[in-house]
Design a protein around this ligand. Structure first.
Ligand code: SF4
Length: 301
């Protein structure tokens, strides 16, 4: 048991028997911030090639899950799976179309639950009602919303094309619908200092969420942010590793204790990453973070 914060694995262990593993699914849906519904350029830091390479585009939901199972079952034959609709904006499709993809995933043997990752402005009432019904009757379903920050001026600066009020509304509606949900924050967004980032953590504490994901701002090749930084039009705050570890310790001290933390870092392919180049794997980051938490705890004794 982690004495410093609630781990996402503990949250999953309370909801599912045995070991579960996420399998990411790409439904082929596009993002409303790219297809012209909201805009064409997308969020300034976004490169879907970096964060969810579209290698499965065109393959059925079942085929993608079976490929994932074949990979993980070699090591853990008793593993069960969570179908993770994460790539692009899977809920930016007709509600019936997305539900048929969820139902297809649920039919695959050894799938124990569903996770839907999406934008807060892409959860219409009709779809939420369907997902709520599915969650009650079929199997556990969880929703993750990309909140990114609670600052509306930052949301405008990074071209998210939604407000913080939109996130609050989506999370509250989801909670009322009986669905467990979580949010995603990015630390180091352009224009944000530590106090603004910690205001976002306070805002998360006020939401009825069960879990949260954090990651450091990354400048990725081919993005609008990379171009703006190269041309001197934008300054992104890229944490160095030690500063980020210390910042995460502060966040842990501030976050509501019942909220499980899924992760602290993201890793895009090294060939696409401009900054920050920490050169460590996620598990190495976690080990360093835990060491720092122990040091801080013993220095307070
Ligand atoms: S980060 Fe998400 S919401 Fe923003 S452009 Fe990329 S896919 Fe769309």
């Amino acid at each position: 048991m982690n004495p410093f914060y609630r781990e996402y694995s503990d949250y999953l262990a309370e909801r599912f028997e045995g070991k579960v593993q996420k399998i990411t699914i790409d439904t082929g849906a596009v993002c409303p911030n790219r297809d012209g519904t909201l805009g064409h350029g997308g969020c300034i830091y976004c490169s879907n090639d970096a964060f969810s390479p579209g290698r499965h585009r065109g393959e059925s939901v079942t085929a993608q899950i079976e490929q994932g199972k074949a990979f993980f079952a070699r090591k853990y034959p008793a593993m069960r799976y969570l179908a993770y609709f994460q790539s692009h904006t899977a809920t930016h499709a007709a509600a019936g179309t997305f539900m048929s993809q969820v139902l297809e995933a649920a039919e695959v043997r050894d799938v124990a639950g569903i996770i839907v990752g999406t934008r807060p402005d892409c959860m219409p009432r009709e779809l939420l009602d369907m997902l709520s019904d599915f969650n009650r009757r079929n199997m556990p379903l969880m929703i993750e919303y990309g909140m990114e920050t609670s600052s509306n001026s930052t949301l405008a600066r990074i071209n998210r094309c939604h407000t913080h009020e939109c996130t609050v509304d989506a999370v509250e509606r989801t909670h009322k619908a009986g669905i467990d949900c979580g949010v995603h924050l990015i630390f180091g967004l352009p224009g944000e200092d530590r106090s603004v980032m910690l205001e976002s953590v306070d805002a998360v504490n006020r939401l009825p969420v069960s879990f949260v994901k954090f990651h450091q701002m990354q400048i990725v090749c081919g993005t609008a942010l990379a171009r703006s930084v190269a041309e001197g039009r934008e300054a992104a705050h890229c944490f160095n590793l030690d500063d980020y570890i210390d910042f995460c310790c502060t966040v842990i001290g501030k976050l509501r204790h019942d909220i499980a933390i899924d992760r602290f870092t993201a890793q895009c392919p090294a060939s696409m990453l401009i900054a920050p180049k920490w050169g460590i794997k996620n598990y190495e980051f976690t080990a360093k973070l835990h060491r720092r938490l122990r040091e801080l705890s013993s220095s307070r004794m």
